[in-house]
Design a protein around this ligand. Sequence first.
Ligand SMILES: [Zn+2]
Length: 200
Amino acid sequence: MILYGSKAVHIKSEQSKTSTCPSCETQGSLILSVFRRHVHVFWIPLFPIGKKGMSQCQHCKNVLKTREMPAPIRKEYEILKNSAKGPAWQFVGLGMLIVLIIWGSYADSQNKKLALEYIASPMDGDIYEYKIETGNYSTLKVTAVSKDSVFVAPNEYEISKKSRIYKINKPQNYSKLSYGISKNRLKEMYSSGEILDINR
Ligand SMILES: [Zn+2]
């Protein structure tokens, strides 16, 4: 299976009226062609990576790569190349990436906004995800909220991957004993990154 690679797309051809074929010396028999290459991933074009070209004689079928072209033909090819525009679809992948990045950063900022709201007004049942000194992750569950403090029951389990925290977030995993954290301390714990995320 091909995951990535590059592909050349034909974008322009023109018959040269003045140049002479170096092989059969017929005048006006050369067709100059320009191709634009693009990088693709999973068959989706990402972005163009430059142009390449060739000429073919209609009379003797001789093909010349750009580096094989005599100076006058090369010059004519360069003019054609500079006037040849490639199709916009060769940028489709790049466009998709930009949209994904913008969407991702928007979703991230919305998530942070919600977390700040949850920290400012805690509710019973809120789950705080945090990192333990051992490098593992665990959770705290809010069991009660008073004027200045939040009471949390610690999860008796921990897990090594942040993305798997949901696996240990089960009612029976939480300690029967809760302890209090001041609301100010809670805000500090979130702003310092001790609390990673809040789920409600
Ligand atoms: Zn020829």
